[in-house]
Design a protein around this ligand. Structure first.
Ligand code: NDP
Length: 280
C-alpha cells in the first residue's frame, strides 16, 4: 500500500524535469491586501509551497508582499500565475508577464498558464510563452481550460507541448478523457475547484468519509491525489487549510475510488471551455 509520506514534499515531475508539488492552494476570490497576505502567510506556515494566483484575480501584489515578508527561500516556493484574457496576444503577453512578476516581487515564475483559450489570441499567446520559457523567465509553461483541440493547435504551431493543463475537475466532472490524454502526452493535470467550491453534501461522499474517519473534503482531495492530479483547494480559514493538507495517513481502496468516479455527471460548475460567453 502506498502511503503519501509528507504531503507537502510529494511532487509530480513535469516533462522538463521540474517538480511541482501535488498539493498547493488557490487564491481566486480572495481580496488583495490583508486577506491575501494572511491566507498566504497561514498556508506557508502550515507547509504549503505551491501558490496559485492569476493576473485576473487581482491579488498578485498581496502574494508578493506575503512572500517578501516570509523567511522561506524563493527557490522553495512554487508560484503559478496566469495571463488574463484581455492581456493575451504576443506583445501583450510579454508585457503582462513583466507586470505580474513585478507585482509578485519575483524575477521568475515557476509556472505560467494561459488562463483561457481566447480563440483569436491563444496561439500567438503560446508563442510568447515559449519565448519566456527559452529566456528562463518561467521555469515551466502550461495552459488552463484547454480542450484537446486547443492543445493540438498550439503544438502544431510551435512544436512545444504544454507541461500542465489546469482544468475544472471534481467528482461531478471527472475529466476521464483529459486525464488519459495528459498521461499519453506528458501533461500534468491540475484540478481547479477540486472541492466543487465547497458543495460537498453528497451521501456517497459522507458514507466514505465516515468509513475512513475523514471529512468529505479530505476524501475528495485524496481521490484526486490517487489519480495523480495536482490540487489547489482554496480556503481563507487556517483550520480548513490544515484539514485540506491532512491527506497522508489513509488510502482510498479501489472500490471507493470507483464509487467517487461514478458520481460523474460531466457537469461544469462554471462553464464549458468549448463555449465560454466572454469569448463570443
Ligand atoms: P474549491 O473547490 O477549492 O473550493 C473553495 C470553497 O470551498 C471555498 O468556498 C472554501 O470556503 C470552501 N472550502 C475550502 N476547504 C473546505 C473544507 N475543508 N470543507 C468545506 N469547505 C471548504 O474552489 P475554487 O474555485 O476556489 O478552486 C480552487 C482554486 O483553483 C482557485 O482558488 C484558483 O486558484 C483555481 N481556479 C482556477 C480557475 C481557472 O480558470 N484556471 C478557475 C477557478 C479556480 P472558505 O474559503 O470560506 O474556507
Amino acid at each position: 500500500m502506498i502511503i503519501l509520506k509528507n504531503i507537502f514534499s510529494k511532487t509530480a515531475e513535469l516533462s522538463n524535469g521540474v517538480l511541482i508539488p501535488m498539493l498547493g492552494f488557490g487564491l481566486w476570490q480572495i481580496q488583495d491586501g490583508k486577506e491575501t497576505e494572511n491566507t498566504v502567510k497561514d498556508a506557508l506556515e502550515l507547509g504549503y509551497r505551491l501558490i496559485d494566483t492569476a493576473e485576473g484575480y487581482a491579488n498578485e501584489a498581496g502574494v508578493g508582499t506575503a512572500v517578501h515578508e516570509s523567511d522561506i527561500a524563493r527557490e522553495e516556493l512554487f508560484i503559478t500565475t496566469k495571463v488574463n484574457d484581455p492581456s493575451q496576444g504576443y506583445d501583450n503577453t510579454l508585457r503582462a508577464f513583466e507586470a505580474s512578476a513585478r507585482r509578485l516581487r519575483t524575477d521568475y515564475v515557476d509556472l505560467y498558464l494561459i488562463h483561457w483559450p481566447m480563440r483569436s489570441t491563444y496561439v500567438e499567446t503560446w508563442r510568447a510563452f515559449v519565448r519566456l520559457y527559452e529566456e528562463k523567465r518561467v521555469r515551466s509553461i502550461g495552459v488552463s481550460n484547454f480542450k484537446i483541440r486547443h492543445i493540438e493547435a498550439i503544438v502544431q504551431d510551435s512544436g512545444v507541448w504544454p507541461m500542465v493543463n489546469q482544468i475544472e475537475r471534481h467528482p461531478q466532472q471527472t475529466q476521464k478523457e483529459m486525464l488519459a490524454y495528459g498521461k499519453d502526452n506528458g501533461i500534468i493535470i491540475e484540478a481547479w475547484s477540486p472541492l466543487m467550491q465547497g458543495n460537498l453534501q453528497n451521501p456517497v461522499l459522507s458514507e466514505i468519509a465516515q468509513k475512513y474517519g475523514k471529512t468529505p473534503a479530505q476524501i475528495v482531495l485524496r481521490w484526486h491525489l490517487q489519480d495523480r492530479v495536482v490540487i489547489i483547494p482554496k480556503s481563507i480559514h487556517k483550520n480548513r487549510l490544515l484539514e485540506n493538507s491532512q491527506l497522508d495517513a489513509f488510502k482510498l481502496d479501489e472500490e471507493d475510488m470507483q464509487r467517487i468516479n461514478a458520481l460523474n455527471e460531466d457537469r461544469y460548475i462554471l462553464v464549458d471551455p468549448d463555449n465560454f460567453p466572454w469569448d463570443a
